[in-house]
Design a protein around this ligand. Structure first.
Ligand code: SF4
Length: 755
């Protein structure tokens, strides 16, 4: 058993009491989302009601999941916490670093040798600190979590935006940065702004070619990529209970594409069946006893307008299959309108590759529905005209569908089975393209379709659809094919109409797996050595950041005055830099290389005040660091928006930047800076941004009496001998001021543990 049954039972045992406390303070019927949030308060029982979209609340998640790209820095930080074991059940999943090229066996073997040092590190650090380790080839994080860990009423965080997939099994599951994961593993609370609630009422029933995927493709079209921001989507209604558990997972998975905090379905028979089918009958039994409370109250679903901030209604009986794209997942086309849209917009009609699977759509049901189309094709003298790939989401799914003959069906049609990993979904795809400069089209059953996402090629028009529709289009080799109305011609010249897909939700002979690829951690990790080569260029053990020197900070150089948008991508770029996510010094060579310098309007070109020369930003900062000189980054509005990646805060800290002074911060980045012991401050008067000059030397005073709500003072010493001073604000609370003084939150956590 890989899941923690005792933890789940304990949670269910205390659920009724916590819920009663919540009912008292909230004082109205509860949505499922409220039930789960209020039963996971860090402080225990609820004693106040929280304002949706307003109040920041500390929560106690039940578990943490990490994928291999983000786990590296999360665990390197955790090693700094002084803990000997994680405080909540946690897992690592090796899925992002496997590149798809020729097929599962060869690709996996190559990845194991290319990424050996990263896998060895993750395996050893997991083993030492009590973390479950899923080896390369075991599967994609979210599918493995759904099969093993998610449970109705639970709450988890994961270092990946599609962590939300677990909502399909009734878990509030939220994507976070590595610093948050580190905190929770170290036994600290996790803070979240209490979300707004969007209710999605599903009426009717899916039939024919329409699949669960089409529900979320439709929702994405309605809400757009920003419509879910700060909100949790709660699905309910007869249409919701008729969907398979994995179908619900697909819908929740793509909630990330509309910016939602997460999405969730209430506990029902389909979830119970899935739990029992995946060897978790005890969890199903325990959940059955609380079934009425693991879904929203009936009054809420009867009057959704009264209890949700927004309500959407979709009739599944009328829903058409959809294809969304290109370049954005919210450009939603019902299949009946898609061919015209392709022609009118001049999108390449030839479909070059159809790709099914991924964490979004590789359930047994998905595979069997797609295989029913592939089977028809081969039995009727058709093969795929496009290239066609299948990415199983886990070894358990792969083994089971292989046993039941479905992989052979795909192979007969011309399909290639890829490793149980992210592969083309995250750009890990050595695509065989004759002419990358030519516009081309692909259709995937994945979730994201931004330009360059799958193959790094801006000419690729990526569309998203259900696996069965993707399979049909790959057989036709054309984007304009509509299997509901159109015919194909086989090798004998006969006209063929594909029949509706047929699927099986759960394998009749049950799931099976030979080796699931799981390594349980050592009971006593004290003797286990964490494997990091001192010469590695991908991994580096972290050193604690130095504590504050106890005085005001003077004679700082201006590193950059960034102009306009400066997201975490501008601060710490992704792409080729992904490779260095576990090596703070090497990844610091991308510090702010995407930011625009106010003074010359160029990127990665700032004046080195020691030489007067312009040079790349990381080199300039390293020159200051070598001379023991600190620096200041000045920025514009909403500095640090984008992802929650902690590298954007760790890199400047590592290279000796002392303060980030901006017009306003994106909240998560501001918190990340504080956690790393950096000064995150804002102009009291935003026009003071204009006073900062390129050759300024900067003093920060007021630090010896640094306290809550008390502004600090900036003194700009201009090159011409004049100087100006102004107030700057901060949002540090008492605890965060202690982080600053100690040189970072981890230094405090470690000390607390040592004492
Ligand atoms: Fe993310 Fe794609 Fe991997 Fe899913 S399959 S975890 S969406 S990269």
């Amino acid at each position: 058993m890989v899941f923690d049954l005792d933890m789940i039972k304990k949670f269910y045992a205390g659920y009724a009491g916590k819920l009663a406390a919540a009912r008292k303070v909230v004082n109205h019927p509860l949505t499922l989302t409220e039930k789960i949030l209020y039963t996971h308060l860090w402080k225990g029982n609820a004693d106040e009601a929280y304002g949706r979209g307003k109040d920041y609340v500390d929560f106690a998640p039940d578990r943490v999941a990490m994928q291999d790209a983000t786990a590296q820095m999360a665990l390197l930080q955790f090693m700094q916490s002084g803990r000997t074991k994680v405080s909540v059940p946690s897992t690592v999943h090796c899925d992002h670093l496997i590149q798809a090229e020729t097929g599962a066996v060869a690709d996996l073997s190559r990845a194991k040798s290319q990424n050996k040092e990263v896998y060895d590190f993750l395996s050893s650090v997991s083993n030492k600190y009590g973390i479950g380790f899923w080896k390369p080839g075991a599967g994609i994080i979210h599918q493995v979590v759904l099969e093993n860990y998610a449970f109705p009423g639970g709450m988890m965080i994961g270092t990946d935006s599609h962590t939300v997939n677990a909502g399909g099994l009734g878990t509030i599951a939220i994507g976070v940065g590595g610093a948050d994961a580190c905190d929770v593993m170290a036994g600290l609370p996790w803070e979240l702004k209490f979300p707004k609630l969007i209710g999605v009422k599903l009426t009717g029933k899916l039939s024919g070619w329409t699949a669960s995927k089409d529900i979320i493709l439709k929702v994405a079209g309605i809400l757009t990529v920003k419509g879910g921001t700060g909100a949790i989507l709660e699905y309910f209604g007869e249409g919701a209970t008729s969907l398979s558990c994995t179908g619900k997972g697909t819908i929740c998975n793509m909630g990330a594409e509309i910016g939602a905090t997460t999405s969730i379905f209430g506990y029902d028979k389909k979830m119970a069946e899935y739990l029992r089918g995946t060897a978790r009958a005890e969890v199903a039994d325990a959940a059955d006893n609380l079934a009425n409370e693991l879904t929203g109250d009936p009054e809420v679903y009867a009057n959704p307008e009264k209890y949700f901030d927004q309500v959407i209604e979709i009739n599944l009986s009328e829903l058409e299959p959809h294809i969304n794209g290109p370049f954005t997942p919210d450009l939603a086309w019902p299949i009946s309108k898609f061919a015209d849209a392709v022609r009118e917009n001049g999108w390449p009609e030839v479909l070059e590759v159809g790709l099914i699977g991924s964490c979004t759509n590789s359930s047994y049901e998905d595979i069997t529905r797609a295989a029913s189309i592939a089977e028809q094709a081969t039995s009727k003298g058709l093969t795929a005209r496009s290239e066609f790939t299948i990415t199983p989401g886990s070894e358990q799914v792969r083994f089971t569908v292989d046993r039941d003959g479905y992989l052979k069906t795909f192979e007969k049609m011309g399909g290639v089975v890829l490793a149980n990993a992210c592969g083309p979904c995250i750009g890990q795809w050595a695509r065989h393209s004759k002419d990358p400069n030519k516009k081309n089209s692909i259709v995937t059953s994945y979730n994201r379709n931004f330009a360059k996402r799958n193959d790094g090629n801006a000419n690729t028009h990526a569309f998203v659809a259900s696996p069965e529709l993707t399979t049909a289009l790959a057989i036709a080799g054309s984007l304009t094919f509509n299997p509901l109305t159109d015919y194909l011609t086989n090798d004998k010249g006969e006209k063929i109409k594909l029949e509706e897909p047929k699927g099986i939700e759960m394998p009749l002979k049950g799931f099976a797996v030979d080796d699931a690829g799981y390594q349980s951690p050592a009971a006593d990790g004290s003797k286990i050595e964490v494997l990091v080569s001192p010469t590695s260029d991908r991994l580096q053990i972290l050193d604690p950041f130095p504590a504050w020197e106890g005085t005001d900070i003077n004679n700082l150089k201006l590193l950059i005055k960034a102009k306009g948008k400066c997201t975490t991508d501008h601060i710490s770029m992704a792409g080729p830099w992904l490779k260095y996510r576990g090596h703070l010094d090497n990844i610091s060579n991308n510090l702010l290389i995407g930011a625009v310098n106010f003074f010359n309007e160029k990127t990665n070109s700032v004046k080195n005040q020691l030489t007067g020369e312009y040079g790349p930003l990381p080199e300039t900062q390293r020159a200051y660091k070598a001379d023991g000189i600190g620096s200041v980054i000045v920025g514009d509005e909403n500095y640090g928006e984008g992802s929650s990646r902690e590298h954007a805060a760790m890199e400047p800290r590592h290279l000796g930047v002392r303060a980030v002074l901006v017009k306003s911060f994106a909240r998560i980045h501001e918190t990340n800076l504080k956690k790393q012991g950096m000064l995150a401050i804002t102009f009291e008067n935003k026009d003071d941004y204009n006073k900062v000059l390129e050759d300024d030397s900067i003093d920060i005073t007021g630090l010896t009496s640094f306290s809550v709500n008390k502004p600090l003072v900036i003194h700009l010493n201009h090159k011409d001998g004049t100087s100006e001073s102004f107030l700057v604000n901060h949002t540090y609370n008492e605890q965060q001021i202690e982080w600053f003084k100690a040189g970072g939150a981890l230094n405090i956590i470690r000390k607390e543990f040592e004492n």
